[in-house]
Design a protein around this ligand. Sequence first.
Ligand code: 3PY
Ligand code: MG
Length: 254
Amino acid sequence: MDRLISKLADDGTVMMAWSSVHDTQYLAMLARTDFDAITLDMQHGMQTESSVIAGTAAIVPSGKPVVVRIPVGRFDFASKALDSGVHAIIAPMINTLEDAKQLVSFTKYIPVGDRSFGPTTALNLLGQKRDDYVTQANDKTLALAMIETKQAVENMEAILDLDGIDGVFCGPADLSISVRGTPVPDPYGEDTLPIVEGMAKEAKARGKIAAAFCPTPKDANLVQSMGFRLLALGFDASYIGQGADKMLGELDFR
Ligand code: 3PY
Ligand code: MG
């Protein structure tokens, strides 16, 4: 159960793969890379309810924690994903304190939230005893609120102050769209950098986690230097595409 929080202890930086592809053999391979954790993306990625459950079962034996980004507002599935053995939930578009309360209600057991009892699959997969799991889950599984609109930025401090919210997760593309008022994203563009820095600062001030999606290693280096410690890097297409192109690029005859 400590898989994710132990990696974050002592200010460690955790690198997460970000996966849209739901083949279980592929996910087991991804889990054998040097990534510290695997995120299954249901919002824009092609992960589905059944692929998250099957994917979690395929990844957990590797010892790596599984993180799930639920679709917008699918707090019911946040509970079920935790029941399937997942270690953290990333919830997109948490714009208001009300949204954050909903997230907490479905991801934390009483007295913090109202998560309903039923982690049988998680117990089997993680090799946990029932009472140990339910008494430790609130601290050892994470609820991360995505901050990716102007409205969310306005409400960020209240969201971070909420008991049960373990941290904020920066969505740099949507944030730039919301700030600029155009549909063309500019992740980590100049105009959003002060906001992004503020996320790290406010999270740290409360002893909470600053997490972020990083399209490129350059972005990861930048936000890590600002204090973000849970970083999702790239996505499947970049892992497969860049790996293939690198091998082909090393051929002398092409
Ligand atoms: C964003 O950048 O908006 C995200 O949601 C990252 O996946
Ligand atoms: Mg987004």
